[in-house]
Design a protein around this ligand. Structure first.
Ligand code: BGC
Ligand code: NOJ
Length: 814
């Protein structure tokens, strides 16, 4: 069953009923000011950091769902009836409803009481504000007098403190209302130099800024007393819960349309110019006034909206494909690329499943996210690489997370996730392949953000890999540390106390438990490093890395191969995991994907064996589960993985991030049909038709779908912020469609389904537009290339001469 449909031409998903199985959300903003917005106008906003600079309040895990948002109430003067044109929070029936989630904007339209209301929400490029542009139309044959109320609830900036420290923060709230603009300035009097503002383009009939004055005590957002009465109280919040609500009275003749603009924004002042007049406690509004004046004019709003569209056209235009599969086209051309941008911006911090409080930017996550994003804005990828590298530890290790606002490693979580460092190498490799910007390797970068500790980025990469070779266990495999990619495989934790963190409680010395996954990852990264070194004419490093990769491969074959698949790990007792010898957890997906991606067993049939085992034991119609058999109880020596009931999350859930590794692996052994089949099983667009089972948004990947051991097999959770976005983008565009940026040019190496006659693509690569046409002549994967009509040996298109803007490439596969 569906709750809407795709509008590919507009690059929108159109939700046609408000009561989706879960709130289906979108993101506003893609630079510094961000918002989450649901299909019923729920959500919140923040500046850069969802924990430290939260503008508006949101109630996670609330009943009913989705409390707190960008609310508008309409009230008909004639009969006193009121409603929410976004359905929530009033939830009275609407005669028509649609929500269009697009690229960086959301438009919610409805009709009720013969009043059409359409609100367009977006963040203009380059600004720290959001616009709600409300268009009201009177569909009646007679005039209408409508009261419009806006409503947001301010968060007192630090979202964690805001939701816990009431003894203080019920006394700190402060507002200013000047020239009909509502300013939220809690803590501005002391150490903050920033404030929020909420303005409206119309003359106000009143306002409210104290929540209980607006709602009435013991009432909720579904029935504010002010809206019910039709009159604001002009309340000024002192402490308690500051809100912003404008009231305007709109008279509409029959058929008349009116546009009303609200802007909610964030502004910082220089520390020495916070107050105006100096010495007062009044916000200096000199810098913000022109911004407010600009965006209260509908023509500037329209121009900003057009500019946002141009921006996304350009980003998405970097790669457009036309394949025989509409679901693949839609994801590659629109939604998967869009989700990659969101994960790049948010890492795992703020979604409807991540509170924005718990996690900053993950080191492993951000490096991987880059793989799906680098082709869109390489300059921002460059900046991200340098930020990440600057948090690296001197021993090559990594802080597991860093705060986006401070760009500093997060001490609460610390380091010791032994796969983390290697991902930096893969991110830098992807950046170099995309851009050819070798100069980045020479940039001096600090360790642990410590002045004076700088070395060239190149050395950061060397230390990253050294980190692994310095930490080998009894079988010469990499020690796992707190965890590897699988944060829940905690072999050194042994936690028996409720509430302890599985990740940071480390009570074993960590000298025994080893990871085959890290071994595979190391081979992949060391091979990249060898190529990077060879480009830099560093012969010693090239040979060192080639040898290190070979050595690690040997070790994997010796201790990491189980006969029919790759093993997973060795625990603290030296016992194997992910082997026929195990009763539970016999086979895991991760090492099959990563080892084969790294090239292991591709030539000698062992890769195929491992992938056949994946198909036999792990694949389901809803995707490939993480392991089998699921752990039936909690095992002290395995940690969080066994804390989940069977079929959920890392305990045999379909953890989507790992599925594209298998797709990539399948293409390594030339099985395009199998790779694409796996791709399709988890493609959200394809799963749209089972939305009542899938439950999450049909336009983006979730982190997890319940596995076959779960009672709710097929049900998705944790949408939006997952490495799944970047990895699937890589799998479909680079492995299956075979459009692969390489150090010396673009390579075309498709491994597509045997039934496809071919596909077309446009790919901008190093400022050249490649017009690619692939056609199938036989059932295999052998490629013959013609570049501008001239045959080229192999699969790599040599870089064209300077000045060339367009290259026509045709590839025949047989
Ligand atoms: C989740 C993991 C996640 C980890 C982060 C765990 O509870 O299951 O998916 O990576 O928390 O701390
Ligand atoms: C989610 C985390 O963000 C990611 O880093 C990790 O690899 C997976 N969970 C698997 O545990």
């Amino acid at each position: 069953m569906k709750y809407g449909h795709f509008d590919d031409a507009a690059r929108e998903y159109v939700i046609t009923r408000p009561d989706t199985p879960l709130p289906w959300i979108n993101y506003l903003g893609c630079e510094a000011y961000f918002g989450l917005i649901s299909n019923t106008a729920g959500g919140y906003s923040f500046y850069k950091d969802a924990r430290l600079r939260r503008l508006t309040r949101y109630r996670y895990n609330n009943a009913p769902y989705d409390m707190g948002g960008r609310y508008i109430y309409l009230r008909d003067k004639a009969d006193g009836k009121f409603w929410s044109p976004s359905w929530m929070p009033v939830r009275s029936a609407l005669d028509e409803y649609s929500c269009r989630h697009g690229m960086g904007y959301t438009i919610i339209r409805s009709v009720s009481h013969q009043i059409e209301a359409e609100t367009r929400y977006f963040v203009p490029m380059g600004e720290n504000l959001e616009i709600w542009e409300l268009t009201l139309t009177n569909l009646r044959k007679k005039k209408a007098d409508i009261s419009v109320f806006s409503a947001v609830e301010f968060c007192l900036w630090d979202a964690l403190d805001d939701s816990t420290n009431f003894q203080r923060n019920f006394s700190t709230g402060q507002m200013e209302i000047v020239d009909e603009v509502i300013y939220h300035k809690t803590e501005y009097r002391e150490r903050r130099d920033h404030f929020a503002y909420f303005a409206c383009s119309e003359k106000l009939a009143g306002f409210d800024t104290q929540r209980e004055a607006f709602l009435g005590i013991y009432r909720g957002w579904d029935s504010p007393v002010v809206v019910e009465a039709g009159d604001s109280t002009n309340s000024v919040a002192h402490g308690w819960q500051p809100i912003g609500s404008h009231h305007l009275k709109v008279h509409l003749e029959a058929g008349e349309t009116r546009k009303i603009v609200f802007i909610l924004g964030y502004q910082e002042n220089p520390r020495d110019a916070k107050f105006d007049p100096p010495g007062s406690q009044t916000i200096n509004k000199k810098s913000v006034k022109p911004i407010i004046a600009k965006y209260l004019q509908p023509k500037n709003v329209e121009a900003a909206f057009v500019a946002l569209g141009d921006y996304w056209n350009e980003l998405l235009g970097k790669l457009q494909v036309n394949t025989p599969d509409e679901h693949a086209n839609r994801m590659v051309n629109i939604w998967n690329a869009y989700q990659c941008m969101i994960t790049f911006n948010m890492s795992r911090s703020a979604s409807y499943f991540e509170s924005g409080i718990g996690r900053g930017m993950g080191y492993r996550d951000s490096n991987q996210d880059l793989l799906g994003f680098v082709h869109m804005i390489p300059e921002r990828a460059r900046e991200r690489i340098l930020d990440l590298a600057a948090t690296q530890l001197k021993n090559g290790g990594a802080f597991h997370q860093y705060q986006p606002l401070t760009k500093r490693g997060n001490n609460d979580v610390g380091s010791g996730f032994n796969d983390d460092p290697a991902w930096l190498v893969l991110a830098v490799a992807a950046y170099l392949k995309e851009t050819g910007d070798w100069a980045i390797l020479e940039v001096p970068v600090q360790y642990e953000n410590e002045a004076g500790s700088e070395t060239p980025l190149y050395e950061h990469l060397q230390r990253s890999l050294q980190y692994t070779t310095d930490r080998l266990g009894p079988n010469e495999l990499p020690l796992i540390g707190r965890a590897d990619w699988n944060d829940c495989l905690n072999l050194n934790c042994f936690s028996d106390t409720p509430g302890q963190s599985f990740q940071t409680t480390t009570n074993k010395d960590g000298k025994v438990a080893e990871s085959v996954f890290i071994a595979g990852l190391f081979v992949l990264a060391a091979k990249e490093m060898a190529e990077i070194a060879s480009h830099c004419q560093d012969g010693r490093e090239t040979i060192k890395m080639q040898r290190a990769a070979q050595q690690m491969e040997k070790t994997v074959w010796k201790s990491g191969w189980d006969g029919e698949w790759f093993r997973r790990a060795y625990d603290d007792f030296g016992h194997v995991l992910g082997s026929k010898e195990n009763k539970e957890g016999q086979i895991f997906i991760e090492p099959q994907g990563i080892c084969i991606w790294a090239g292991l067993g591709v030539e000698d049939g062992r890769a195929q064996k491992a992938l056949d085992s994946v198909a036999k034991y792990l694949a389901t119609p809803h995707g490939i589960v993480l392991l089998q058999p699921a752990f039936s109880q909690y095992y002290l020596h395995l940690g969080e993985i066994s804390s989940y009931p069977p079929g959920y999350k890392e305990n045999a859930g379909i953890f989507l991030h790992t599925n594209p590794w298998i797709m990539i692996a399948e293409t390594k052994i030339g099985r395009g049909d199998q790779a694409f089949d796996y791709y399709t099983r988890i493609n959200p667009s394809k799963r749209e038709e089972i939305s009542e089972i899938h439950k999450c948004e049909p336009y983006v990947y979730p982190q997890m779908i319940a596995g076959k051991d779960a009672p709710t097999h097929g049900e998705a959770k944790n949408s939006w912020l997952s490495g799944t976005a970047a990895m699937n983008f890589v799998a479909i565009t680079q492995a299956i469609l075979g459009i692969q940026p390489q150090y010396d040019g673009l390579e075309i190496k498709p491994v597509i389904p045997s039934s496809w006659q071919g596909y077309e693509a446009v790919r901008y690569f190093r400022e050249v537009r490649y017009e690619i046409s692939v056609s199938r002549k036989g059932t295999g994967n052998h490629v013959s290339l013609l570049v501008e009509g001239t045959p080229v040996p192999g699969t790599l298109i040599p870089l064209p001469e300077k000045g060339v803007k367009i290259l026509k490439v045709s590839a025949q596969i047989e």
